[in-house]
Design a protein around this ligand. Structure first.
Ligand code: NAP
Length: 432
């Protein structure tokens, strides 16, 4: 029997478990350890609450979770309740599927002023992550700046722009729903340090901005290269740029605007005790497509700044780490000594949820080649013994199902769930 521990129960963790099951059938036991009492990681805490169709992939993970040889071990923090070294002694293989939950910092003067928040915190706040429930972002201001030209910037801009009615059917948490309902923000500026051809936004997500009830996307036609150059783009990127070109032709007239400011590199955040403006330098592209400052600066007045410039995996002491890429040092998912990594912990924060599937399958095959029939390690019974001795209150998948039912029962009309935000509330909802 092979014993495998997966740390993290987000998409990368579940695809790895699914792959191991396919390879080994009944000849493997997989423990999925998560520091949260609830599973699915990014699906619950990262994917936008108004993108329920994306969140539906958790049904596939549930199927894996409910099989006999997979076990959810929630509310267990590796590093606090059990160490990686202890797991390596108990299991044939340990897979780090810990994602990239930390913000890359915006390293410019004033980047730490109150009112500047990272996307991990802001997204965590509207998605009910226990660590960010108290964020209380300033929404009593007229303007917000969103820094970055990726899909997270789009999520943040869209959530700031939506009307309460547009959150129908979403599972945005109550505290964010009411705070956003009272928001005074009318002008949202998306700052991109490069141009329309260099955006990292996918067409479906970008297209949504063209259909908002009370907000119009605004793009300056002057920012585009000649239309013929679009033919050089790969098809997805061409579609995204086509959306931007359409936005440039939209009539205004709605109460809110989402303004795309391209060739705009933030160099400083200013304000008396809180953010009041971002100082931006105009850029141009060099022949390699990098943004070069032109020396021309201007200010974007705003009372809220959300940085959406990428994430990083938190390092774990003793495990080789590539700080510049924000991920564990690895060779195709292999760290060494029985330790592996998948998903954003392996690749860095790029790609969609589906990208993690081949990734998990590849690592499962490497594990199969490395561990063969397994080394008769103690596995789950050893973990249970350790956790019991340490008084850890473990949450099982059955417990999660009770929490899930309780969240569904208290949902707003039309919403699939009202998430519990405090860990104690989640634990209390197990009803035991
Ligand atoms: P991303 O796609 O890597 O975009 C990061 C953006 O930040 C880029 O536009 C980058 O510009 C910019 N940036 C980085 N450092 C900067 C700096 N110092 N100053 C100004 N701008 C800076 O990252 P993301 O938006 O966080 O998304 C992460 C991953 O999740 C992506 O693969 C994304 O597609 C995925 N995701 C998907 C969905 C969805 O499918 N619905 C939703 C959310 C996220 P440069 O290009 O110039 O470096």
């Amino acid at each position: 029997m092979r014993q495998v521990a997966v740390i993290g129960s987000g998409p990368a963790g579940y695809y790895s478990a699914e792959a191991l099951q396919k390879l080994y059938g009944d000849e493997v036991r997989i423990d999925m350890i998560d520091r949260m009492p609830v599973p699915y990681g990014l699906i619950r805490f990262g994917v936008a609450p108004d993108h329920q169709s994306i969140k539906a992939v958790s049904k596939r993970y549930e199927k894996v979770a409910l099989s006999d040889n997979v076990r959810f071990v929630g509310n267990v923090c590796v590093g606090r309740d059990v160490s990686v070294a202890e797991l390596l002694a108990l299991y044939d293989a340990v897979i780090l599927a810990t994602g990239a939950p930390d913000d890359r910092p915006l390293d410019i003067p004033g980047g730490d002023l109150p009112g500047v928040v990272g996307s991990a915190a802001f997204v965590g706040w509207y998605n009910g992550h226990p660590e960010f429930a108290e964020l209380d972002p300033p929404l009593d201001v007229a303007a917000a700046a969103v820094i970055g030209n990726g899909n997270v910037a789009l999520d943040v801009a869209r959530i700031l722009a939506k009307t309460p009615a547009e959150f129908g059917g979403s599972d945005i948490v109550g505290h964010a729903f009411s705070a956003l309902g009272g928001s005074a923000i009318r002008e949202i500026t998306i700052l991109g340090r490069r141009g329309p051809h260099q955006i990292a936004m996918t067409p479906k997500e970008l297209g949504e901005l063209g259909h908002l009830e009370d907000a119009t996307p605004v793009v300056d036609p002057e920012d585009f290269p000649p239309a013929l150059d679009d033919a050089l783009l790969e098809p997805g990127q061409r579609k995204s740029v086509t959306h931007l070109r359409e936005f440039a032709g939209l009539p205004g007239g709605k109460a809110k605007t989402i303004r795309f400011d391209f060739f705009a590199k933030p160099i400083r955040v200013e304000g008396e005790g809180r953010v009041e403006r971002v100082i931006v330098e105009r850029t141009r592209l060099d022949d390699k497509g990098a943004a070069i400052g032109t020396g021309e600066t201007y200010e974007v007045p705003c009372g809220l700044v959300v940085t959406c410039i990428g994430y990083k995996t938190p390092p774990i002491e003793g495990i080789p780490y590539e700080a510049d890429r924000g991920r564990f040092a690895n060779d195709a998912g292999v760290i060494g000594g029985g330790l592996y990594c998948v998903g954003w912990a392996r690749r860095g924060p790029s790609g969609t949820i589906g990208t993690n599937r081949p990734d998990g399958y590849e690592v499962a095959e490497r594990i199969a080649a490395d561990i063969g029939p397994g080394a008769r390690k103690e596995g789950r019974s050893g973990l249970d013994r350790l956790l019991e001795a340490r008084g850890v209150d473990v949450v099982t998948f059955r417990d999660w199902q009770r929490i899930e039912a309780a969240e569904a029962a208290r949902a707003r009309d039309g919403s699939p769930r009202e998430k519990f935000v405090a860990i104690a509330e989640m634990l209390g909802a197990r009803g035991r």
